[in-house]
Design a protein around this ligand. Sequence first.
Ligand code: NAD
Length: 256
Amino acid sequence: MLKGKTALVTGSTSGIGLGIAKALAAQGANIVINGFGDVDGPKAEVAALGAKVAYHGADMSKPAEIEAMIAYAAEQFGRVDILVNNAGIQHVARVENFPPERWDAIIAINMSSAFHATRLALPAMQAAGWGRIINVASVHGLVASAEKAAYVAAKHGVVGLTKVTALENATTGVTCNAICPGWVLTPLVQKQVDAKAATQGISNEDATKLLLGEKEPSMQFTTPEELGALAVFFCSPAGNNVRGVAWNMDGGWAAQ
Ligand code: NAD
């Protein structure tokens, strides 16, 4: 379905981004991977699906590096047709204890990077008459949790950016939508499970049950594969007039 199209997925060396990159690759898209850590492993996983793969190591907190990445993707494959703004980090602390530099980093990586990548990728999509911008927000783009001030602020911001981008392009073939996952068992959440186990002196298994039980009525994690399938839907012809939605895949979290 996506043969000849190019998808740039930020933060795709791990977790949800890698899951979405693989789902788009399985539909025939060329993939530009981004993120830190091991690159060869994720690249090989995507290439194994028959996709052409390139990698750019832009730090998503740096607008000049984001600009270089969009230019690199265009150089490699012509243009970016599908932009998935996914890179993100977390820090947990009460507002009065929240380190200002962690606030700045989360706002930059989780929110401002989506603005920069979007503004830089849009012109080529508009010129081509087709484009898909998919923002990986969070259920925390819709509701809050204590001790996640920067994350919740950034994700609510991403949902707002999604709506504005969708509206400004509503008469074109360019759509913009957000995906709002509940808990997904990636390194980002594993750290929170580990912290819970350590502070409460309980096993990893009990900490996992506690984490899910606090928020997610289904008592099960959403998977990167499920989120990848939603991204594929947004890119399908059936998604042509889906504009500005924030679609949760959260096991009922926000329905409470
Ligand atoms: P993860 O830690 O597995 O992956 C994060 C990715 O972002 C990695 O590839 C990492 O290298 C990259 N990254 C981090 N900082 C970066 C930077 N400055 N520049 C470029 N890349 C950077 O986490 P994940 O759980 O897969 O999270 C992906 C997205 O999904 C995030 O935006 C997160 O907020 C969101 N999300 C996650 C969950 C969850 O439960 N895991 C739930 C809702 C939303």
